[in-house]
Ligand binder design. Structure first.
Ligand SMILES: [Mg+2]
Length: 189
């Protein structure tokens, strides 16, 4: 039986622009306040860290000793209204018999809110979030090994679905099958 590792943001819902733009703005204002820099400067730092460390948070932790829970709570305090229910996804997930695990660089709290909004919360067995990853985000190999060990999944019998190519490259290295999502809600066939 196959198991699924499913990314959250931009994978489980397709209202990417509406949600990401809010998180993006929140990160910028957080950095501006905490590092006492202009919003313009904050945005440059935000993107620099994202590219260098995989998440903006990781860069803030390493370079500025920012407490992760403080940052995560702040940036995920957004309006999820744009996310629509997805009944097709719900029935597809229901039909799928293997384990269904959300594997996200965000928080469990954010994942639960999103999954409830999409209407698929009950179809998901587990959530592996950034805290479970000890704040080492995808695509770090170490984090994938933690997921595999925690849920006792067999890489060759697992499929990972994500909207970021680099995240799937690591999965492939472990022998996990991959599906790249392109600005569309995930569909499992
Ligand atoms: Mg994503």
């Amino acid at each position: 039986m196959q198991d699924l590792l499913i990314d959250l943001d931009n994978t489980i819902y397709s209202e990417t622009e509406e949600i990401f733009s809010q998180i993006d703005l929140k990160m910028k204002s957080f950095i501006s306040t905490e590092l006492n820099v202009t919003l313009e400067k904050a945005y440059i730092i935000q993107k620099k860290y994202f590219l260098k460390y995989g998440t903006t948070l990781r860069g803030l932790m390493i370079n500025h000793n920012i407490k992760p829970s403080f940052f995560l709570k702040y940036v995920h305090d957004i309006n999820l209204k744009p996310i629509k229910k997805n009944l097709d996804l719900k029935s597809e997930l229901k039909r799928f018999k293997g384990k269904k695990i959300i594997f996200t660089n965000g928080t469990t709290e954010h994942a639960i809110n999103v999954l409830k909004k999409v209407g698929v919360f009950k179809e998901i067995d587990n959530i592996f979030d950034i805290k479970d990853a000890d704040y080492i985000p995808k695509p770090a190999l170490l984090t994938y090994k933690k997921v595999v060990n925690k849920f006792k999944i067999i890489p060759h019998n697992t499929i990972m679905i994500d909207d970021i190519k680099a995240n799937l490259v690591t999965a492939k290295k472990l022998g996990i099958g991959t599906v790249l999502v392109k600005k569309k809600t995930v569909s499992i066939k």
